[in-house]
Design a protein around this ligand. Structure first.
Ligand code: CA
Length: 441
């Protein structure tokens, strides 16, 4: 079954002219959803749901009110008009696809709906983005075998990749309360640190603060406790993807992580990008999922024909760092690394969902599944500073002349992502920014 339809046609152009520039993240083929307030509106004003188009946001409350829609589509817009993206996510893929088709037609050049929608646009520069929905439970996986091997070597030189890795999609339960949206200001965490040659740990501000380049999958609807989501249905439970920075304190982590896994080294903050790029928008960038020679094939509950044919998604990912000095000089920052989701990940999205529920665990609307740090196989494709700086032993020299082994106060970490494929229009994820503030000691 082809996942492609008229909304993916690379020839489509929009009457929103900024959506037609070749490097925009938000052409009419993308149509990602997010929640926003107009600048100047207060916390008491209800969040609105919008769709990014070029450098504008289409306000869906206004669009539902001011523009004529078909009888099929009008009721599907109700939750969006009410600012409730989670309620729209619960409607399921047929509804998402119907709305995507309607928005695509309405925003395409020469659409009869264009004149009604012009007054429903707000420049992105005039809005403040919020979390796309309330995040329920947050699970973080560990799907890059390259990240797992490099980091494993640092923690266990003789035994970098544990034998379960090639069989089990490894994950742990994180914390959702500290997940914030791009633009997040993050306090450097305090924690117990035990230096290798010290007899006892001390409480201090982390001096090895790091980012992790990840994607987050937003669950649209879940499953009953005690039931499973099979591979054939797994992708229908995912609404879309966001960029995800899983901030990590590398000096707190090694002292606390055994035997139960990461805890305070991770849960002090994570940042998501505000625009949810739907799986439907990502359809042209699908790739076969293949296991390298010599690697075991997944167990049957993690296997399907669709997963083998198109389970992977090619997404180019990047990490940028802008120091305070660069910011003052209006320098956009340095690109630290890049990787590709399809070649970084050992497990696909469908496999994460099938595995998470195989024991009957119930997922719910708004749950977020992190992919884990998406490092590629090559040097320069490390998805964390831990990897790029070889555990702090080799500082990076930035274009400003500054050195970095880990993230300093005032630094802004920016994640970006985009997709390109032959015969498809380039689409992007926008940005996921977070800035580190000094610790409260
Ligand atoms: Ca992580």
């Amino acid at each position: 079954m082809s996942l492609l339809d008229a909304t993916h046609d690379p020839a489509l152009r929009s009457w929103v002219t900024s959506a037609n520039t070749p490097d925009t993240d938000f052409p009419v083929q993308n149509l990602p959803f997010g929640r926003f307030r107009r600048k100047g509106e207060g916390q008491q004003d209800t969040l609105r749901v919008g769709v990014a188009i070029g450098d504008q946001v289409l306000d869906l409350r206004l669009a539902a009110e001011l523009c004529p829609w078909s009888n099929e589509v009008a009721p599907l817009l109700d939750p969006l008009a009410a600012g409730d993206l989670a309620a729209f996510m619960r409607l399921g893929r047929p509804a998402w696809r119907a709305v995507r088709a309607a928005l695509s037609a309405a925003l395409t050049a020469d659409s009869e709906q264009g004149p009604f929608l012009e007054s429903c646009l707000v420049p992105q520069a005039d809005v403040q983005m919020a979390m796309p929905c309330e995040i329920g439970d947050y699970t973080d996986f560990y799907t890059s075998i390259h990240h797992a091997t490099t980091v494993g070597k640092m923690f266990r030189p003789d035994n970098p990749l544990l034998p379960n890795y090639t069989w089990v999609p490894i994950g742990y339960h994180g914390r959702s309360s500290s997940i914030g949206v791009s633009g997040q200001l993050l306090r450097r965490p305090m924690g117990q640190v035990k230096l290798i040659d010290a007899a006892e740990p001390v409480l201090r501000a982390s001096s090895r603060l790091d980012y992790e380049l990840e994607l987050g999958a937003l669950m649209a609807h879940g499953n009953e406790l005690g039931s499973r989501i099979g591979m054939d249905k797994a992708e229908d439970h995912i609404f879309g993807l966001v960029l995800f920075n899983d901030w990590s304190a590398r000096d707190i982590q090694p002292w606390e992580y055994q035997p139960l896994g990461p805890f305070l080294s991770k849960n002090f903050g994570s940042t998501v990008s505000p625009w949810v790029v739907t799986l439907d928008a990502l359809a042209p960038f699908r790739q076969p999922f293949v296991r390298a020679e010599g690697q075991p094939q997944p167990l049957p509950y993690l296997d399907s024909a669709h997963n083998r044919e198109a389970g992977a998604i090619s997404i180019e990912l990047e990490v940028w760092l802008q120091t305070q000095k660069m910011q003052k000089a209006q320098h956009p920052g340095d690109r630290l690394a890049g990787s590709n989701y399809a070649s970084a990940a050992y497990w696909t999205l469908a496999q994460l969902v099938a595995h998470h529920t195989v024991n009957g665990c119930n997922l719910r609307t708004g749950d977020l599944l992190g992919t884990g740090t998406l490092s590629g196989p090559e040097p320069g494709q490390g998805g964390s500073m831990l990897e790029l700086g070889h555990g702090g032993r080799q500082a990076l020299t930035l274009s400003s002349g500054e050195l970095r082994s880990f993230i300093e106060d005032g630094d802004t970490v920016i994640l970006r992502g985009h997709c390109m494929a032959e015969g498809a229009r380039r689409i992007g994820f926008g940005e996921c920014r977070g800035t580190v503030l000094p610790a409260l000691t």
